[in-house]
Design a protein around this ligand. Structure first.
Ligand SMILES: NC(=O)c1ccc[n+]([C@@H]2O[C@H](COP(=O)([O-])OP(=O)(O)OC[C@H]3O[C@@H](n4cnc5c(N)ncnc54)[C@H](OP(=O)(O)O)[C@@H]3O)[C@@H](O)[C@H]2O)c1
Length: 293
């Protein structure tokens, strides 16, 4: 087995997957990113073949059915990716002694709390997406996978793939005002930080369920306002309620994650999300340089 070699499922095209590949490579790991063209993720023999050939010590799974509203209409497909796939990965990692790092979501909570959710807080997902992700966690926890690490994260933004911040900035370029939901509050997470911190947690021997996000909390409206501000755009961002922006899937009103278990194990205090947002908008999206070009 290769001590510093990792397979990253979703590493070619995924929002988090791409950042993970970069973070692992920057830390000196050999990385095998896998996308749809590389392997059929539901073909257990093909996947086993990849793991045996690569002799990796770690397997990161970022593949998921992440379209929260569409999942309400496609529950079977959501469960196939969010429950059956991790179950299969657990079965493959276990006999090979491979460390498995799997990602889950703040949407396993119902949002009725008013203080940050600890990893052992009671779950009660409101949507098919949340339920299928929780089923995936359970399918893994029910197996005796060595050093299994389940990282619940939330509200991702970062380079390499369209995301909430990028969508808001695209809209803000062509509109004078934007109404954005203000009664849903969560923990924004910058994918390069999440990737680096995931590796740190794995290397510190973290196992079981952990929460990981950037420091601080925001509503979607606050996140959008900060992004528009950082990009130097003139668009006015105004708060609206969830009722004014109905969606097929129900989302938790409050899903701030308590990340103190992560800090306790690694000694790392994640950066405030506002700092990361500015880095993303200036360095990755090239605002406001782009505006002056
Ligand atoms: N995004 C968020 O705000 C958020 C919040 C909380 C938790 N999470 C969790 O964090 C993890 C990473 O999320 P993400 O936003 O980085 O995901 P993502 O960008 O939507 O990436 C998902 C990956 O899964 C692949 N995939 C999807 N369906 C597939 C299929 N049928 N067959 C093969 N590959 C398939 C995609 O490949 P293609 O590009 O080829 O489709 C992509 O590489 C997930 O576990 C997610 O539940 C995300």
């Amino acid at each position: 087995m290769n001590a510093n070699k990792a397979v990253v499922l979703g590493g070619r095209t995924g929002l988090l997957g791409r950042s993970l590949v970069r973070a692992l490579e920057a830390a000196g790991w050999a990385v095998v990113p896998l996308g749809r063209a590389d392997v059929d993720i539901f073909d257990s023999q093909a996947l086993a073949g990849v793991l045996d050939r690569e002799e990796c010590s770690a397997l990161f799974n970022t593949v998921a059915y992440t379209q929260v509203d569409k999942a309400e209409d496609e529950p079977q497909e959501a469960y196939r990716l969010n429950e059956k796939l991790p179950q299969l990965l657990g079965r493959l990692a276990r006999p090979r002694g491979i460390r498995l790092v799997h990602y889950s979501t703040d949407f396993v909570f119902d949002g009725r709390a008013d203080t940050p959710y600890a990893p052992d807080a009671p779950t009660n997902p409101l949507s098919v997406y949340g339920k299928s992700k929780l089923a995936g966690e359970r399918a893994l926890l029910n197996q005796d996978v060595p050093s299994l690490l389940i990282i619940r994260t939330s509200w991702l933004f970062g380079p390499g793939k369209n995301n909430f911040v990028q969508k808001i900035l695209e809209l803000a370029r062509s509109r004078d005002t934007l109404g954005v939901v203000h009664d849903q509050v969560g923990s924004p997470s910058y994918t390069p930080d999440l990737a680096r911190n995931s590796l740190a947690l794995m290397q510190a021997g973290g196992s079981g369920v952990h929460h990981l996000a950037n420091a601080g909390q925001a509503s979607w409206c606050e996140l959008a306002s900060e992004a528009v501000n950082a990009a130097g755009l003139q668009c006015r961002v105004t708060p609206i309620t969830t009722d004014q922006y109905p969606t097929k899937a129900k989302r938790p009103a409050y899903s701030v994650l308590d990340i103190s278990r992560f800090t306790g194990i690694t000694g790392i205090k994640p950066r405030p999300w506002v700092q990361c947002l500015r880095e993303y908008v200036f360095d990755d999206l090239h605002y406001p340089t782009e505006l002056h070009a």
